[in-house]
Design a protein around this ligand. Sequence first.
Ligand SMILES: O=C(O)CCC(=O)C(=O)O
Ligand SMILES: [Fe+2]
Length: 284
Amino acid sequence: MASLDFDALKTESYDPDLYRADAVVEPLSGFDAVDSAKLEQYRTLGFLSVANAYPPEMVRGFIEAMQDLILMDLPPGVHLQFESAAKGKVEHVPREERLDFVRKFMAFYHLDPRLIAMAEHPPVLEAVGRLLGAEPEVFQDMALLKPPGIGREKPWHQDHAYFNLPAGTPVVGVWIALDEATTENGCMVFLPGGHHDGPLPHWNRRDWQICDSDILERSGKVACPLPSGGCLIFDGLTPHGTATNTSNTRRRAVQFHYIPKGTPRITTEERMALFGNEGRDVTC
Ligand SMILES: O=C(O)CCC(=O)C(=O)O
Ligand SMILES: [Fe+2]
């Protein structure tokens, strides 16, 4: 059996105020509700929340296909990572019981038509194309499964800080709730309008993240609970984070990041000049 990969970052405690939101966002219902005014709202706030975005049978098909893959021997390039809290346990359970220890599953959607259908769901691609002002291309697919009781926090960050893409590249993230996401199991929390501040310095703290104090001093954070099949569409510069799943419910989600087709790549050094903290007059 191939050796299992564990999250290198330990679960650490954090200030619960980081995820205490001033408001809860009511999602739109269905892509028909995403009209020009709503796309304009995306530009102002940096995100949109849409319930009933993917049909229930598509979500079920996605979960089944993803689980089938997780239980298989994976081809090179696909990345399966377990929660660090699962170390010493997951190695000893039968394969089928591994699912609730998975933290991250990445670069897998091309392996099954049920997964591709989700990435290429026409109403989503249409909206993403309008937001990008270009033909979309999937840049990354990643499921974060935040298992009950152990799914760790994803500290505040901007997604572009992880991507070697030129400054100013429009990046649209689509985060899909496979299970219901609630404030108890680690739904998304956004800082509306934060994308207008451009690239923020990130630090190696509990993760590659925005400094906690920079987030704690900002008011207006919003929580985005969603039913299964709902999605969040957000700008690659919108600050966001999710709390630890301390509940006994699953909070599986998958995200696709879309960029304009043909966007060039930059080096990690160039990315660090944009999102790193060195050489800047900043502290954390
Ligand atoms: O699914 C989550 O908990 C947040 C994931 C996220 O923001 C990311 O991986 O960039
Ligand atoms: Fe993110």
